[in-house]
Design a protein around this ligand. Sequence first.
Ligand code: MN
Length: 255
Amino acid sequence: MNFSNKRRDFLKNSAFSLLALGASSKLLSSNFAFAKEYNHHTEGTDNVGTGKFVLPKLKYGFADLEPYIDTLTMQIHYGKHHQAYVDNLNKAIPNTKFANLGLEETLKSLSGDKSENAVRNNAGGHYNHTFFWDILTKKQKSKTATGKLLSQINKDFGSVDKFITEFDNAAKTRFGSGWAWLIWDKQENKLKVGSTANQDNPLMPISELKGEPIIGLDVWEHAYYLKYQNRRPEYVNAFWNVIDWDHISQKFEKL
Ligand code: MN
């Protein structure tokens, strides 16, 4: 083995050791202490009308979704990935037709023209992640849907188990990056399961799946790779342990 091979092996092993250490290490966690600051600097509401979008405040700590969603993934996903969508959205909207619109109005105003791609990706990214954090909980009370949502799931899918099987299938089979969804189709008065590519969202008129989002699951690799690597199905199964059925069911009552 020549020197450069040895050096490469050393670097590779070091990287693996650091990664292995990462999940529980205080040393590495301290590098992500920055993420805590976001909770102080944001109030959780977008400043509609000014085009100044901000990270929403989380209802739980980065470690609270363990072991289903690991701390390091939460720190990077929220503090780096979501922050980047917010920053890039704020850069993309000045001097466009979206400049004075709120987030949902922005999604609903997309035409699909290539010139709007930065807004499409980053407004979608901001909405989808904000929606995702909101439907997760550290302390799951109900283990299933309640009230009107439970009745509607039973009506449209046969049972909650059958709905979950269908949702899981949409999440596991979405090729590449995207989102799995449960949506409410107002025209048909029906719940539907499907998926969207990249950061597309069911509120976008250009989305392949259209309706009011009820449940959304991020299936981009950045959402699960540190803990689950290529095992997306394990991550999808774990998701049901941290989903806030009470909150989702209450939101559905108000639709
Ligand atoms: Mn994501």
